[in-house]
Design a binder for this molecule. Sequence first.
Ligand code: PGA
Length: 258
Amino acid sequence: MNRHYRKTIIAGNWKMNKTASETVAFAAELRKLLPEGLKSEIVLCMPALNVTTAQKAFKGTKVNVGVETMHYQAKGAFTGELAPAMLTDLGVKYVIIGHSERRQYYNETDQSVNRKVRAALDTGLIPIVCVGESLAQREMGVTSELLAYQVMSALSGVSARELRRVVIAYEPIWAIGTGKTATSEQAQEACEGIRALLRKKYDARAARAVSILYGGSMNAKNAAELLAMPDIDGGLIGGASLIPADFATILEASRQEA
Ligand code: PGA
C-alpha cells in the first residue's frame, strides 16, 4: 500500500450470496465492528437486487455498495441485464468488471471487458477490472504476458486522465475460492508488473495513482502480509467478505500510519 499516491480499497465480492434479509443482518453486525478513523475506501459488491436494501442498512457509514457486473449498452433489448445508468441513478459508484467467473461462465471476453470499462467511465462509475492467470498458464510461464494482454485490452481507449478512475484487481484464478492464496511475493510481483505496464502505456504519475488490488483467498489471517506489499493497494475479497468479523479484521489490516 502507498496511500500517499493512491487509495487503499477493501472491496467485498459477495457473488451469488445473501438474500435481502441476510444483507440487513450482515449490515447490523458489521456496523458494530467497523474500525474507527479508517482512511481506506470500503466497498461491498453484491447482487444488484439488494443494493437499495444495503444502502439503507449501511446509511451513515463509510460503506459503498457496489455491484458485480453490468452491460455496456445504455439501454435496449437485453433481457436480464443492468444498464450503467440504472446503477448511477441509485448512487452506485463501483462495479466489478471481468471477474474470472463472468469470463468463464458468461462469455465475458477481453473485448466486452473493454466496452464495459468504457461504459463505466462514460457513466461516472468506477470499474474494478479483474485480471488473472489460470494454474495452467502460470505453469507454462506466461503469467506476465497474459496479464499484459488482459490489462492492455481492458484499457484500450482509456486516457491517462480516465485511468485515475480505474481500479485493477489481480486475481489468480487458481487462488479464487480455493483457500490457496498467492504468496505475498507472487502477488507483489504481479501487481508490480501491472504498474510497470501502466507506466509504459501512460506515465509514472498516472501509474502510481492507480489502486491495484489482490484477490484470491484473502482472509483475516493473511490480509496484513499481503497489504504490506508496496504495490498491493487493497483486496477484492470473496468468501471472507461474507463474515462480518473477518471482513472487519481485513479492514483493520488496511490501516496505514500517517
Ligand atoms: P475468494 O474470492 O476471496 O473467495 O477467493 C475472491 C474473488 O473471487 O473475488
